[in-house]
Design a protein around this ligand. Structure first.
Ligand SMILES: *Cc1c(COP(=O)(O)O)cnc(C)c1O
Length: 361
């Protein structure tokens, strides 16, 4: 026997379930469970990755200056206030580590991204779940949940797994309504999919209490490399810089991400493909009697009559080699989240849902 025990909160963490990638006994599987870019990364990013292989004995840059410079150039931001992480998950972790501990509260929404809760608990803080209004972030509910113990408010905009989004006016109203001891985190993992949306960058510039997080895992197709970044006011970024490990992003990841963000043509192509097939898929599902909210991201949250129907559909899709995501863990047991794939995948999954629905009801 030992008396070795972890910090409070750690054992309350439910292990994160990644999207499945295989179905035993089924070949030709299509993975639509992790919101990955079906077109993959840009050729320039792959080339940069290959070149980086010749220098793998060297430690990576610790100040990420080249990547920060590229991000700043492409997005028109101040490079000094950009901080790169091992995926944006790491930025979320830094924020919790730096600002939330035992006795502190971290607000996330009813169907908010799972890492907010995990990171809060990992630091001994208390996650506070706030209701949404019909699967949309509810600013008034968030403001009502704020207490003197609240340190952080996390919102993904567009949100995963709902795909819905709230406008800049609502976000500004939230930021203005928060007491001055609360930091608002805008998770822009899907911001690139929204035509003309800056992920909240303009709001960051105007206020001292907003941080934006972004990722290379979604539109840029680099989920396997783990690169994300944060942008915020100097006082916050200086704090995060202190908790960041000096070599938290690998050299190959830095090189590929820099090439990826400069390849705006490829990014545009991927965005256009997503917009087109997202609309097609939503309509096809609707024709089969499966409704969904208008999604602004690279997935659709398909709504079924109840949990039993959603799970039966998932089982059927799996038997057909189509892997989608169950979202019961996000308080959405009657839904399935389906990543927008390429044309062939969209047609396959729509057809299979149609087959299922023809026999289900
Ligand atoms: C995918 C996703 C992330 C990104 O994660 P990385 O760690 O950058 O791969 C962050 N937030 C949300 C809401 C996501 O869906």
């Amino acid at each position: 026997m030992s008396n070795i025990t972890p910090q409070p909160g750690i054992l309350d963490i439910t292990l994160y379930q990644g999207g499945a990638a295989h179905v035993p006994g089924v070949a030709n599987v299509v993975k639509l469970s992790s919101n990955e870019n079906p077109f993959g990364p840009s050729e320039a990013a792959k080339e940069a990755f290959r070149k980086a292989s010749y220098h793998l004995h060297r430690y990576p840059s610790s100040d990420h200056a080249a990547l920060r410079g590229a991000i700043a150039e492409v997005h028109g931001l101040d490079p000094e206030r950009i901080l790169c992480g091992n995926g944006s998950d790491e930025i979320i972790a830094f924020l919790c580590q730096a600002y939330a501990g035992p006795g502190d509260e971290v607000i996330h929404t009813e169907h908010g991204f799972g890492m907010y809760r995990i990171s809060a608990l990992a630091n001994g803080a208390t996650p506070v779940e706030v209701p949404e209004r019909e699967r949309v972030t509810d600013v008034d509910a968030i403001l009502a949940a704020v207490t003197p113990a609240t340190k952080l408010v996390f919102i993904a905009n567009p949100n995963n797994p709902t795909g819905t989004m709230v406008g800049e006016g609502e976000i500004a109203r939230l930021a203005d309504g928060l007491p001055d001891h609360v930091l608002l985190v805008l998770d822009g993992a899907y911001a690139e999919y929204v035509e003309g949306y800056d992920g909240g960058a303009a709001l960051v510039e105007q206020r001292a209490n907003i941080v934006m997080t972004r990722t290379f895992s979604k539109l840029y197709g680099l989920g396997g490399l783990r690169v994300g970044w944060g942008y915020g006011p100097a006082h916050v970024m200086n704090v995060l810089a202190r908790v960041r490990g000096p070599f938290n992003v690998s050299s190959a990841a830095l090189a590929a991400a820099e090439a990826a963000i400069r390849d705006t043509e490829w990014a545009e192509k991927c965005r256009e493909g997503n917009t087109r097939w997202r609309a097609w898929l939503a309509e096809a599902l609707g024709e089969h009697g499966v409704s969904s909210d208008t999604s602004l991201a690279n997935f659709i949250l398909a709504r079924f009559a109840d949990q039993a129907e959603a799970e039966a559909c998932d089982d059927y899709l799996k038997s057909e080699g189509l892997i989608v995501r169950r979202v019961g863990g996000y308080n959405l047991p009657n839904c399935l989240r389906i990543t927008v794939g390429d044309e062939a995948s969209c047609r396959r999954v729509a057809h299979a849902v149609g087959q299922f629905m023809a026999t289900a009801r």
